[in-house]
Every structure is written in C-alpha cells, then in structure tokens.
Design a protein around this ligand. Sequence first.
Ligand SMILES: CC(C)(COP(=O)(O)OP(=O)(O)OC[C@H]1O[C@@H](n2cnc3c(N)ncnc32)[C@H](O)[C@@H]1OP(=O)(O)O)[C@@H](O)C(=O)NCCC(=O)NCCS
Length: 168
Amino acid sequence: MKRKKSLEFILRPAREGDVNAILEITLRAWKGFTVWERYEERYGKICNITWEEKKKNEIMQMCKNLDNVIVAESAGKVIGYASFYDVAFKTGEIGSNAVDPEFQGMGVGTALIERMIEIFKEKGLYLVRVSTLEDDIPARRVYEKNGFEKIVKSVHYAQVLSGFKRSV
Ligand SMILES: CC(C)(COP(=O)(O)OP(=O)(O)OC[C@H]1O[C@@H](n2cnc3c(N)ncnc32)[C@H](O)[C@@H]1OP(=O)(O)O)[C@@H](O)C(=O)NCCC(=O)NCCS
C-alpha cells in the first residue's frame, strides 16, 4: 500500500472528552478485523447484537481506565487510539489500537505503537507483546516494522451450544 500524504498530528494521554471519538473510530476502523465479526459470519448475531456493538462495548470497558489509553490528534480531532497494560513478569501488552480509516496509511498507527514501546521502556519492563489476527496485514506490518517478532501462531476455536438459535 502506498503511503498517502503526510499528516501533522500529536500523541497525548486520552481524556474523558475523547471517549465518543474513540467509539466512533472503533465502529469505522474494525471491519474485517475482530473475532466477533468472524462469529457473526459463521453463526449469525449472538444475543442479536452486531459485532460492531460488541466491539464498542469492549472499547467502553477499555475507556473505564483512560490512564492506559493514548490518542492521536490532528487539527483538534481525535484520529486514533491505543491502549496498554502491565501484565505479570515485567511484561507489557498492547491492547486495542485503531486509526480512523480516513487517516490510515499516514504513519499514525506506527507512531502510536512507537509511543507504547517508549511507555513500557519508561516503566522498566523487559518485554512487550501484542497479538492480532493472521490476516490483519496492516496491523502486522506496523508491529513488524516496530521490531516485533512472530513467536507462535494460535488457533481460535468456537462452537455454539444447544440453547443458541441462529438469527436469519
Ligand atoms: C492497524 C492500524 C491501526 C494501522 O494504522 P495506520 O495509521 O494505517 O498505520 P501506518 O500508516 O503507520 O502503517 C500501516 C502500514 O500497513 C501497510 N498496509 C496497509 N494496508 C496494507 C495491505 N493491504 N497490504 C500491505 N500493507 C498494507 C501500509 O503500507 C503501512 O506500511 P508502510 O508504512 O511500510 O507503508 C489500522 O489499520 C487500523 O485501525 N486497523 C483496524 C484495527 C486493527 O486491526 N487494530 C490492530 C489490531 S489490535
């Protein structure tokens, strides 16, 4: 993919007033890249709720602790976000991250991941990990470009149980 025009943006800690923008980006950015959508393709809607709403719900949980979220802002508008967590044993994890599709391919995702790595270094951690779907090529490119190495492929299994009725 060719890089689009360059873009001026800043990275900063997320604040309460960013949550709506984060949720809007979520609804627009994640098409094709969530496990919830894969379930929906296979089984139909679970609990009659779309994968977009399920992902939004997950991101609302993430926004309950904005100390672990940074945003990218351009011309006063939030255009991307990334979240991070300390797990055990001096290991940090990069959580959900996304860039508004209108601003993808301009280095914003890369800058967010670079900043996450800096944050983990500042915390004195030893290892940073992240996982994504095998066919999420843009995310994999961003991680590999930032020095992440592929460790292992995992397989995601599911089965619906007897109480589940497929929606049409
Ligand atoms: C992953 C994501 C955050 C990247 O954001 P971004 O701002 O576009 O990232 P960048 O511009 O820094 O880099 C994207 C890279 O992917 C490459 N890329 C994008 N689409 C591609 C494709 N179909 N094939 C090959 N490379 C591709 C771009 O060329 C670029 O690499 P380059 O800098 O070497 O040219 C964004 O695509 C997104 O929001 N995806 C949906 C949510 C998601 O999957 N999040 C990550 C999983 S947790």
